[in-house]
Design a protein around this ligand. Structure first.
Ligand SMILES: Nc1ncnc2c1ncn2[C@@H]1O[C@H](COP(=O)(O)OP(=O)(O)OP(=O)(O)O)[C@@H](O)[C@H]1O
Length: 341
């Protein structure tokens, strides 16, 4: 597999795009190749009026031009965190700056640099796609720029639907409209709150490609997700949040190396009473009824051990009727993380 491009290479690619004929609109023309963070969060603490403490002091820097995935289970505080950065929820204590502007003191300046795609679809069902997206731009006090709206709709494969009312669109297209709205005012940072929750595999792939293209055109992307494979596939870095606490921030490759375990489950032809001693090195788990053997392996290791395990099973006369593999779920990763703290 070719190595993935470094962030510097991507900056250079983005800058090259700005000079030539980019495949998409270059949405963030002033992205410098420097390394100063586009978002800096210092000591952010949030307690809701109910008394619930949703965020414990959080320090986090988002680099220009990266895709950052915020991973966490339900209720971890992901939406709270991005809502505070976007100025929708008041911060408690601490400070946040976006592109050098404080989100509280300089709300307008920061909000204009941010596009937010919320979890919920919030559009007027009877409006057309074109009007919906153009109206969003107007909300930022910007003059109309039909050529930009046209480019965004084309990039999102919505151009043919521009005169359709929202209510006639499929769920996937409605999600694209939400993204188009968020891009209408040419933001430098795009927040996607669970962009692929409940969407089918094909649309998920489309979304991932779209997000990568946006990043290649200079937009910094922050997405929240429950899906570890989404983070693995897309993000340059991952932050793991649990119970309001940012417990880890890591390059994705490093995180996957640490946590990228998979389980291989074999359904056996004949139930086994015990695991043969000759297989003890594999630390296999046998289900209570003896019909399933599970092997946990490291996806990043040079050798997963699967080939030799299958050979040894065959040598021991153990036959299987089916097999499946499963990535560790985020939940399991959390258990590991929390346990190891
Ligand atoms: N306005 C509010 N008042 C009181 N508590 C709130 C409020 N909004 C959110 N919470 C609580 O804060 C915690 C974090 O919620 P948040 O929506 O940020 O989590 P999340 O990680 O985005 O979860 P999900 O993945 O389910 O969207 C939850 O326990 C939630 O009930």
């Amino acid at each position: 597999m070719p190595p993935s491009p470094s962030q510097q290479e991507r900056h250079e690619h983005a800058l090259r795009n700005s000079a030539g004929y980019p495949p998409m609109t270059r949405l963030s023309p002033e992205v410098p190749a420097g390394t100063d963070p586009i978002i800096a969060i210092r000591g952010l603490d949030k307690t809701y009026a109910s008394g619930f403490r949703a965020l414990k002091p959080i320090d986090l820097e988002i680099r220009r031009g990266e895709i950052f995935a915020l991973l966490g289970p339900n209720g971890a505080g992901k939406t709270t965190l991005i809502s505070i950065i976007c100025g929708i929820v008041n911060p408690g204590s601490g400070s946040i700056s976006v592109d050098g502007h404080d989100v509280v003191r300089d709300f307008r300046a920061t909000r204009s640099r941010i596009g937010l795609v919320p979890q919920e679809l919030t559009t007027d069902a009877f409006e057309t796609v074109w009007n919906t997206v153009s109206f969003s731009r107007g909300l930022f006090g910007l003059p109309p720029k039909p050529e930009h709206i046209e480019q965004v709709l084309k990039d999102l494969s919505l151009w043919d639907k521009r005169n359709n009312r929202i209510l006639t669109l499929s769920g996937g297209m409605k999600r694209r409209v939400m993204i188009a709205k968020a891009l209408s005012h040419e933001p430098r940072v795009l927040f996607l709150d669970e962009p692929t929750a409940g969407v089918d595999v094909e649309l998920r792939r489309d979304m991932w490609n779209l997000v990568r293209r946006l990043r290649d055109n200079g937009v910094t992307i922050i997405l929240t997700t429950h899906y570890i494979e989404e983070a693995e596939e897309m993000a340059d870095r991952v932050g793991v949040i649990n119970k309001g606490e940012l417990i880890l921030v890591e390059e994705t490759a490093t995180l996957m190396h640490k946590l990228g375990k998979k389980a291989l489950t074999l359904q056996l032809h004949q139930p086994l009473a015990t695991i043969p001693a000759s297989l003890s090195d594999y630390h296999l788990a046998l289900s209570a009824d003896g019909t399933e053997l599970t092997y946990t392996y490291d996806t990043q290791a040079e050798r997963t051990g699967i080939t030799t395990l299958l050979g040894e099973l065959s040598g021991a006369g153990i036959r299987f009727r089916d097999l499946s593999t499963k990535q560790n779920t985020l939940e399991e990763i959390f258990v590991d993380l929390v346990r190891s703290r």
